[in-house]
Design a protein around this ligand. Structure first.
Ligand code: NAG
Length: 149
């Protein structure tokens, strides 16, 4: 397949999905909660969304091959520039997927099939005093057919 054809095919595969999602890092910026969580939401987060059940939160671990959580490599993982994340592995309630920078931010399942396309995006954030995870900042926006949360 020519590269242009491949891109068109990807666009067709993922552009019609209403189930795209944002990945945020949350909690660690204001030192209210000393641990960084990774949060998944379909939409840009408003304060009223926090704790509403709309999103999902996962903790980081070194290795998530056998447990739920997030494994992130590179300088951009916690508080840095998400463009410097090299690998973002998510073993979540709705599947087990990995995003690789050196593969153009595509999202892979555990059989190495492309199931989505992400991009680093730091443009969204929240600051919601009184909430458990009172601050958060976006890391990635992903288009995929597989998110079921
Ligand atoms: C996680 O551990 C498994 C073995 O349990 C290993 O095969 C895998 O490479 C490890 N992943 C990372 C990212 O280190």
């Amino acid at each position: 397949m020519k590269p242009t054809t491949a891109l068109l095919a990807l666009g067709t595969l993922f552009s019609t999905c209403a189930a795209d999602f944002w990945i945020y890092e949350a909690g660690g910026f204001g030192d209210q909660v000393p641990i960084t969580y990774f949060s998944f939401y379909h939409d840009v987060v408003k304060c009223s969304d926090l704790g509403s059940g709309k999103g999902q939160n996962y903790l980081p671990y070194e290795n998530v091959s056998k447990r739920k959580g997030i494994s992130c490599d590179g300088n951009g993982c916690e508080g840095g520039n998400p463009n410097q994340v090299t690998r973002f592995e998510m073993n979540v309630d709705w599947g087990h997927y990995t995003i690789y920078k050196d593969r153009g931010w595509k999202m892979y399942d555990t059989s190495d099939r492309v199931v989505g396309q992400c991009r680093p995006d730091r443009s969204k954030s929240w600051l919601c005093p009184g909430k458990g995870l009172m601050d958060g900042a976006s890391m990635f926006w992903c288009q995929t057919s597989v998110d079921k949360f």
